[in-house]
Design a protein around this ligand. Structure first.
Ligand code: ADP
Ligand code: ASP
Ligand code: MG
Length: 404
């Protein structure tokens, strides 16, 4: 069976006009004799609005109710797509995760798909139907609704492609593919024709919202090629695939940037074993994700300064936790919310010396101050003042010749 999975993101189903447009894409595949499985996100803005409502009800909204609430946007979009296909004479219906069912494990808000029952969907596509499956949602072994983290309908699409052994998995979105950097932040950004899972995973984890990081991990693990392309412009997109399929002579493939980061510094912390653990343990218990960490070398062997970054939405909670932590002593607590992490990513840096220097020099030439640095085999990240974001993206894009 020639199965294709087509995933439509929030902006692709963001209005009635757009929904009508994307049903033409679906029909096109159907006419080419594909068995089509559609995965849809909620109409753009809907999930954000539902999250806002949960916060207005309570700042401690029950997590399983949260998942039941925020997954509801997908039901609307799926029914509208199916309804339009019916209108055009095609057999189609919406499927919520519990109806299939799609099983997940892990915590509410951030679950992962571990099994999809195939029987009902197989039967339906064999009968000529076009199933429109709600992305972003699943159920757990207590039969409660779960969700897969923001942007999670990408992960739904990849896992559906895996379980149904789809020939193709196409992510339709509002940009033409994966770009060297966010095309909405830098108009010199260039579309990347093909990118490895590893690089895409770094780009996504470091701020490129175009794909959800977990979905790339799933794709890599299951060797599923992903095509990212536009719902509105008929042009070839980006292929995300394994490294051995790629011939690339660029050192750097892309640049990502974050927004909404905050920096926390504890000045004058006692320099003794176990202090860092005492600081981070309660943060991790409260599911606060600590990102970059630096600890200065203690000048007198007694005291040191410790800096780390978190998401700004976790800032108030973090302040409270640190101030109430009886296991640590420090002289001062400093916070700064206007920081951005800029990262350059590329497998080419493994074999090319001098990349770090070029990055730092390029930023220095524009008088951009680097506050924190972190590196891995295929990426270098720096923390800078948020106001320098555009300048840094521009100069690094130029330095590593990404516009060519
Ligand atoms: P969807 O609603 O289709 O899931 P998203 O909003 O989640 O779409 O992702 C698409 C957005 O990702 C684009 O509008 C773009 O601004 C942003 N983006 C960030 N980095 C990149 C990148 N490197 N390439 C393409 N898009 C990017
Ligand atoms: N609707 C969900 C969200 O906004 C899932 C998705 O867009 O993929 O996060
Ligand atoms: Mg998305």
């Amino acid at each position: 069976m020639k199965i294709v999975v087509l995933k439509f993101g929030g902006t692709s189903v963001g209005s009635i006009k757009k929904i009508k447009k994307i049903t033409d894409i679906i029909i096109n595949y159907k006419k080419r004799n594909f068995k089509v499985i559609v995965v849809s996100s909620a109409m753009s803005g809907v999930t954000n609005d539902l999250i806002k409502k949960s916060i207005e009800i309570s700042d401690n909204f029950n997590e399983s109710e949260y998942d039941a609430l925020v997954s509801s946007g997908e039901q609307v979009a799926c029914s509208l797509i199916a309804g339009r296909l019916n209108h055009k004479g095609y057999k189609s219906r919406s499927w919520m995760a519990w109806q299939i069912p799609i099983f997940t494990s892990g915590f509410h808000k951030n679950s992962r798909i571990n099994h999809i029952y195939k029987q009902k969907i197989y039967k339906y596509i064999k009968e000529g139907g076009i199933p429109i499956i709600a992305g972003f949602q699943g159920i757990n072994n207590k039969e409660r609704i779960t969700t897969l983290g923001r942007g999670g309908s990408d992960a739904s699409a990849i896992m559906i492609a895996k379980f149904f052994k789809a020939q193709r998995c196409i992510i339709y979105t509002d940009v033409e593919g994966v770009y060297t950097t966010d095309p909405n932040k830098l108009n010199k950004a260039k579309k990347i024709k093909v990118i490895s899972y590893e690089e895409m995973l770094e780009m996504a984890s470091l701020g490129a919202k175009v794909m959800q990081p977990v979905s790339i991990q799933d794709a890599r693990l299951n060797r599923i090629d992903i095509e990212v392309r536009s719902s509105f412009i008929k042009k070839s997109g980006t292929l995300i695939t394994k490294r051995s399929n790629i011939i690339n002579n660029k050192i750097i493939t892309g640049i990502s940037s974050t927004h909404n980061d905050s920096k926390v510094t504890l000045v004058g912390v006692k320099d003794k074993p176990g202090v860092a653990a005492s600081i981070f343990k309660p943060l991790s218990k409260n599911l606060i994700n600590v990102d970059m960490v630096v600890q200065n070398i203690s000048p007198n062997g007694k005291e040191t300064d410790l800096t780390f970054t978190i998401k700004t939405e976790d800032l108030n909670k973090t302040k409270k936790i640190i101030r109430n932590n009886k296991n640590i002593n420090f002289r001062r607590l400093l916070f700064e919310s206007g920081v951005t992490k800029i990262s350059i990513i590329g497998v080419g840096m493994i074999t090319t010396p001098g990349v770090t220097f070029r990055m730092f020099q390029a930023l220095a030439n524009k008088k951009i101050n680097i506050q924190v640095i972190s590196t891995s085999e295929i990426k270098i990240s720096v923390l800078i003042n948020k106001k320098d974001t555009k300048k840094a993206l521009t100069i690094l894009h130029k330095e590593f010749k990404l516009e060519n």
